[in-house]
Design a binder for this molecule. Sequence first.
Ligand code: ATP
Ligand code: MG
Length: 476
Amino acid sequence: MSLPLWTLDAFTEAAGGEVRGDAGAEISGISIDSRSLEPGDAFVAITGDRLDGHDYVAAALEAGASVALVSESRMSDLPEDGRYVVVDDPLEAMRQLGVAARARTDARIVAVTGSVGKTGTKEALRLTLEQSGKVHASVASFNNHWGVPLTLARMPADTDFGVFEIGMNHADEIRPLVKMVRPHVAIITTVQPVHLEFFESVEKIAQAKAEIFEGLEPDGIAILNKDNRQFDLLKFLASTSGVSQIHTFGEDGSADSHIENVAGFPGGSSVDARVLGQEITYKIGATGRHHVKNSLAVLTAVSDLGADLAKAGLALDAMRSPKGRGEVSRLPVTGGEVALIDESYNANPASMRAALAVLGESQVTPPGRRIAVIGDMRELGANADRLHGELSKPITENGIDAVYCAGPHMHSLWQQLPQELRAHYCEEAKDLEEVLLGDVRPGDVVMIKGSLGTRMGPLVEALKNEFPPADDSAAA
Ligand SMILES: Nc1ncnc2c1ncn2[C@@H]1O[C@H](COP(=O)(O)OP(=O)(O)OP(=O)(O)O)[C@@H](O)[C@H]1O
Ligand SMILES: [Mg+2]
């Protein structure tokens, strides 16, 4: 029988709370959402911007929570016959649980930050490290002030490898999180103009990402992207934070881990690389040069964590782009099929370029075309129009045949696009639907991308409803 995640005693002590009512002696998981809570989980009542977890305590207890971690100040609102651990501040208590979970484990820990590619890199680390031991990794993009402590508090004591995504929108957000995580290895995937609304410059973003060095364990290793424009600054900031070991990855042969040769195939890439001096050949089951670059950081970390590099390389074959982040579907249409690349989850200049490059690499069968359906990239502040307009270059360079644009900022791009590439422009994404559904034809490859708030996702759904894919999960 496996050990419980927490005994009630250890949980209560770590949370610094007091038990009230008939709480279960063992806690099998931690939940902050009564809808997804599994019987035996502890429910932590977190107060967010919109919702207060205390309003869902009754539902959590009903769903079988072993105990609810709640605030003393809210006790009078909660069911009298409930099972509680009572504290002043449940979020702070969850942080303390995270700190205690980290302290009790011998796991080797890796933390991932960067402007793009955190979740993809985290999932690839999960896949590769699972070949060498028991892995605990963040769910989805749980990378913020509650996501990181929640992930820590959920880490079983007998974990061999812990994988943490750490994100930020502002300076000073990463520092307290990484000090809880205390990684042995920290990866910065890349630093790009993302969330510029909240930063004066890309250098300021690099400085905020560099906070990750402040939580590295003594003798910890920083893994940095040598191709990134911010590399020199990050390297300098790493050394001023006392980081003694830096491993670099990139295209160039001078990087500690670098690409020797890449060949694309439908649905992925074959890579020859040198990882910290070791030759390795592997396949990646997701399309795009960005995945190849991220894989170098992944394999470097695998090696630095003492896991099996060869097994890790083999595991990358099973990597897939998730829904909204490059998932490919094949849609049957009269006379053939359309390939749909769903990038609708989010967008910024870096990931937009990566997605346009994937579209550029896609095989098209004439009379099929490479079609980009792209919506506004948000949070770019005063530079937004310029950054949208600059997409004209990667669009022409990647041989895109037709562009559909949605959103006020995309108008800047629309005006700069060569006439023959302009398919349709609308202020709102939903107004592209009818035109797009009428225009697609056999052989087309359609890539749909924009910030979540631009609502490009419904266009993906509309295409899938009109032309239902035989197997939704099929990779191209
Ligand atoms: N190294 C990279 N360079 C450019 N684009 C990338 C890179 N890695 C991933 N991407 C693109 O960025 C998108 C987002 O990837 P991912 O979800 O891994 O990023 P994230 O950093 O976790 O984002 P979030 O901040 O939303 O959590 C993907 O659709 C992918 O196409
Ligand atoms: Mg993420």
